[in-house]
Design a binder for this molecule. Structure first.
Ligand code: IMP
Ligand code: MG
Length: 172
């Protein structure tokens, strides 16, 4: 692994999240929201986005895993932590850290649709569009990024570096 470089600095991240928050507030005027934070990667993004939103935001947490120890997809999505409360009739936004192949979100979208929310949208911090295999199109995207392995701001390298306030990558 080479040197850790900055891909998206802290100010650029926070400015874009503010913009996203304003768009979401317009789209959901007068409505209560439920954010489903996909652990662990989306924890920081979910919190920062929710703090910038004036609507009441309820939190749910889900943990799934589709990757083993490596960074390659093992192909199967398994539920590790399920919803705590019902989302029936609620306006739900799935908050994801990154969409890569789309496998995780295509599984989650179908799983959550079955719980009969009033509406279901997808908000992602990062999108690696060129890696897509599954048919997933997010409703809100903070940043489209090239096909690089990124870390920080929630994203890990074998559980490390999640607490970086910026998104970085290894220059090889
Ligand atoms: P997908 O199911 O292939 O779309 O993968 C999504 C999940 O893979 C994300 O929620 C991340 O946990 C992980 N992931 C994909 N790309 C990266 C990366 O560049 N850095 C860290 N984690 C990643
Ligand atoms: Mg991960």
């Amino acid at each position: 692994m080479g040197e850790l470089k900055v891909l998206i600095d802290e100010k650029t991240l926070q400015d874009k999240i503010q913009e996203l928050a304003e768009t979401i507030m317009k789209d959901y005027e007068g409505k209560e929201l439920t954010f489903i934070c996909i652990l662990k990667g989306s924890a920081l993004f979910t919190v920062d986005l929710a703090k910038k939103i004036k609507n009441n935001v309820r939190f749910e947490f889900i943990r799934v895993s589709s990757y083993g120890d490596s960074t390659e997809s093992s192909g199967k999505v398994t539920m590790k932590l399920d919803l705590q409360d019902s989302i029936e009739g609620r306006d739900v936004i799935i908050i994801e850290d990154i969409i890569d192949t789309g496998r995780t979100l295509s599984y989650l979208r179908d799983y959550l649709k079955d719980k009969n929310p009033a509406s279901l949208k997808i908000c992602t911090l990062l999108d690696k569009k060129e890696r897509r295999i599954f048919d997933i199109e997010p409703d809100y995207t903070a940043f489209n990024i090239p096909d690089k392995f990124v870390v920080g701001y929630g994203l890990d390298d074998k559980e490390n570096l999640r607490n970086l306030p910026y998104v970085g990558y290894y220059d090889i």
